[in-house]
Structures are given as structure tokens and as C-alpha cells.
Ligand binder design. Structure first.
Ligand code: NAD
Length: 311
């Protein structure tokens, strides 16, 4: 931050479903913003609101106070930060790197190792879907030193709900919490799909079953909120691709392996997602495993409109 409390120059790299909306919000807030994506067309929302377009990630990083990355995979994070002529070498000493990608603690550690204390680092992955990125209501799980978290907070508050920006531990803890949050959500999704398909095939009214599950001891935000666009309109949430969902599951199962914890359930769920991706494609939405159950059971899991409207 500059001495007057205003954020200094900010660079944003990775302008996809999430980063495109997040960078638009930062530009709208009047930050001094430079953006980069391999696909230049993705920069349009930020450029229309006053951001500058860089020629490369390193070009964006040069002279900036804060670099935000929102990239699809750990490999992309590693490439952007560490490849020859990458963003790490271009960042000024003392700059802050905030990685908001769902990435791995190991890659964060490699970047910090190469930086050798020359820059400050936070991992700050998010939950809340592309609609949360659009509205600035993301939940953010931040790992790093408290002073760096405070330095980042004014910027993060343009992107997330100020009450739901959680400092969850030292460097790497943000990645771990986010991967586990996704793991539990994916596990729940497959369990719910299985239960609803069995119920529908057993002749129970889907609206009645959904209400019973949502209001009893099995209540969850997934049942009460996240699943409704699918049950109402057949929306499998294409804002988050199966390519990324299976990446997250693989990272979570890898985490279990390196922690030495058996994860049989999650390994099965990972296989269900892998089959759904193979059948319906990389760009299919993250709820697509439900479609597998619909296909296998020969039922369409849809609520009557009046049942949905009552919720
Ligand atoms: P996306 O695939 O829509 O966008 C990724 C962007 O990164 C693309 O525009 C791509 O061109 C760009 N990119 C890839 N490699 C690059 C490189 N080397 N240099 C510059 N740009 C590069 O992905 P997304 O849905 O925006 O997700 C971004 C991250 O956020 C992922 O880690 C994802 O797991 C996580 N996430 C996504 C959601 C969601 O609902 N989409 C929710 C929470 C977290």
C-alpha cells in the first residue's frame, strides 16, 4: 500500500470465469490495475473500466505493489511465477503475491523457496462460485503472516464478504482448507445424487424427499441452496468446469496421501467425477456427476416448479 493508505499498483493474472469478474470489480473500485491472460479477449471487462493490458505476466508484475493470480492449475501457477522471465523475477523487492487459485501447498512452497524472502506471499483461495465473484461476496481462506493479511485486506474486501475473509493459518493453510472444503462438497454431491436417484426410482415424490432431507438431520447448504438451480432448471453449473473439479479432487486425494490418511470414500468420489468428465466432457459443469446418476437410473431429477418456488 502507498503511504496515504490507498492501494498501490495491482497486477491481476488469470482472467477466466473467476478472475475476469474479480478483476472487473478491482477496476470498478478505481484501483491502479494491470491485467494479463493468455487469452487477451478475457481482459475486456477490466479494460472497459480503466485497467491496462500487459504483454505478459512478468510485464504485469514489473513495478507493481501487489500481484494477484487466479489460475486454473498448480502447473499454471508454477509456470507464471517461476518460468524464465516469469512474474517472480519481475516483482519488486517487498511486493506481495496473493495466489487466489485453488492450487497446491507444494507449489506455493516452491515459489517461496525461490523468492528466498525477497517478496511476501499469501495463499487466498476462494469459495462462492462465479456468482460470488460477480457480486464480490466470495469466501476467502487466507494462509500467511498476519501483517501480510492486513496489508491484503483492503483489496480482498473488494472481492469477498468482509465477514467471511478467514485467516486460517500460515502459508499453505489457505490451500489446504479450500481443498478440504471442496472435497467435502464433492463427497456430499455424489451422496445426494445417489440418494435422490434411489428415491425417485422407488416412487417417492422428489419434492417431498428433497424437503425431508433439507429440513431434517441431513440438512446442508448443498441441498438447500446449491442444488436448486439443477433441480429447478437442469443447470449443472457450467461456471465451474469438470476439468477444474477433477483437478481439485486429485489435489485433495494427493493431500490425503501425503498426510498418510486413508481416503477410500474420496477416492471413489474422484472416480465418479472422472467418469462424468469422460462421458460429458471437460467443459461440463461441476454438478455433472448428478447427470451420471440420472442416466444410470433413467430418471430426471427435477422438482415441480411450485415445490421449488416454496423454498
Ligand atoms: P478458468 O479456466 O475459467 O480461467 C483460467 C484463466 O487462466 C483462463 O482465462 C486462462 O486463459 C488463464 N491462464 C491459464 N494459464 C495461464 C498462464 N500461464 N498465463 C496467464 N493466464 C493463464 O478458471 P476459473 O473457473 O476462473 O478458476 C480459476 C481458479 O479458481 C481455479 O484454480 C479454480 O479451481 C478456482 N475456483 C473456481 C471457481 C468457479 O466457480 N469457477 C470457484 C472457486 C475457485
Amino acid at each position: 500500500m502507498e503511504g496515504n493508505g490507498r492501494p498501490g499498483p495491482v497486477a491481476f493474472v488469470g482472467l477466466g470465469h473467476m478472475g475476469g469478474r474479480m478483476s472487473r470489480r478491482l477496476a470498478e473500485a478505481g484501483l491502479d490495475l494491470t491485467v494479463f491472460d493468455l487469452d487477451a479477449a478475457r481482459a475486456a471487462p477490466a479494460l472497459e473500466r480503466g485497467a491496462r493490458l500487459a504483454r505478459s505476466a512478468a510485464d504485469a508484475a514489473r513495478g507493481t505493489d501487489v500481484l494477484v493470480t487466479m489460475l486454473p492449475t498448480p502447473a499454471a501457477v508454477e509456470q507464471v511465477m517461476l518460468e524464465d522471465g516469469g512474474a517472480l523475477d519481475a516483482l519488486p523487492t517487498g511486493a506481495l503475491w496473493i495466489d487466489m487459485s485453488t492450487s497446491s501447498p507444494a507449489v506455493g512452497e516452491r515459489v517461496r523457496g525461490r523468492a528466498a524472502g525477497r517478496i511476501r506471499c499469501l495463499d487466498a483461495p476462494v469459495a462462492g462460485m462465479s456468482s460470488g465473484a460477480e457480486a464480490g461476496t466470495l469466501e476467502i481462506f487466507v494462509g500467511g503472516d498476519p501483517a501480510d493479511v492486513e496489508r491484503a485486506r483492503p483489496l480482498l474486501e473488494h472481492l469477498g464478504d468482509p465477514q467471511r475473509i478467514f485467516h486460517v493459518g500460515g502459508n499453505g493453510a489457505g490451500y489446504v482448507v479450500k481443498l478440504l472444503l471442496n472435497l467435502l462438497w464433492f463427497d456430499q454431491l455424489v451422496a445426494v445424487a445417489e440418494v435422490l436417484a434411489i428415491g425417485a426410482r422407488s416412487g417417492v415424490d422428489l419434492g417431498v424427499l428433497h424437503t425431508a432431507l433439507s429440513q431434517g438431520p441431513t440438512a446442508s447448504r448443498l441441498l438447500e441452496r446449491d442444488l436448486l438451480p439443477l433441480l429447478r432448471d437442469g443447470d449443472y453449473e457450467e461456471g465451474f468446469s469438470m476439468a477444474l473439479a477433477t483437478k481439485d479432487l486429485r489435489l485433495a486425494v494427493d493431500l490425503a496421501r501425503s498426510a498418510g490418511v486413508p481416503a477410500e470414500l474420496s477416492a471413489v468420489v474422484e472416480q465418479v467425477f472422472t467418469r462424468a468428465r469422460a462421458v460429458f466432457g471437460d467443459e461440463a459443469g461441476e454438478m455433472t456427476p448428478v447427470r451420471l446418476y440420472e442416466q444410470d437410473a433413467g430418471v430426471l431429477l427435477r422438482l415441480p416448479l411450485e415445490g421449488a418456488a416454496a423454498r
